[in-house]
Write a protein that binds this ligand. Structure first.
Ligand SMILES: [Zn+2]
Length: 184
């Protein structure tokens, strides 16, 4: 795949009118291919491998919040970056997930072509699936390069998406506690 990608990047550079043999560009197609593979390596991962058994018994039902998980994704409409922070809350029901796994789950889905709405939902569903929690909430803030660098060129806008499941959806008090804890 890497060689195919390299060839295609080389073609793109030619079509743009670049001299692919000039010094600074000689290895660019190869580097761009490598970078793109890294940014989309979420396609090669699945939830089981990412969680890798890091799910632990715990007799707590108090809300757990993990905030400010940074993410870097690519929008599926323009293949341009959108980046921001992800905040996760869940209400454990006998099981908790290892802390680093939240970030790994976020990365797995972020490193695919996405829209922010879908990314938020996939992360919430995944956490629900692996923890069997009584409720899950995910809030994502994102700045979209397709809006900042092109199109309407709005540099200061950001998008907020939210998915609330189970007890996080049904209880205003619980949802407000989440928002308060992340300073919203
Ligand atoms: Zn876009």
């Amino acid at each position: 795949m890497s060689e195919d990608l390299t060839q295609h990047y080389s073609q793109i550079l030619s079509i743009l009118g670049e001299d692919t043999q000039r010094g600074g560009l000689v290895d660019t197609p190869k580097r761009a291919a490598k970078a793109m593979q890294f940014l989309t390596d979420g396609y090669e991962k699945n939830l089981d491998d990412v969680v890798n058994g890091a799910i632990f018994e715990a007799d707590t039902d108090e809300m757990v919040v993990i905030q400010n998980i940074e993410y870097y994704s690519l929008c599926e409409h323009h293949i341009l970056p959108f980046i921001g922070q992800c905040h996760i809350a869940y209400l454990p029901k006998g099981k908790v997930l290892g802390l680093s796994k939240f970030a790994r789950i976020v990365d797995m889905y972020a490193r695919r072509l996405q829209i922010q709405e879908g990314l938020t939902k996939q992360i919430a569903d995944a956490i629900q699936e692996v923890t069997g929690a009584a409720g899950v909430g995910v809030i994502m803030e994102g700045k979209h390069m397709c809006m900042m660098m092109r199109g309407v060129q709005k540099q200061n806008s950001s998008m907020v998406t939210s998915v609330m499941l189970g007890g996080m959806r049904n209880s205003d008090a619980t949802r407000n506690e989440f928002l308060r804890l992340i300073g919203k």
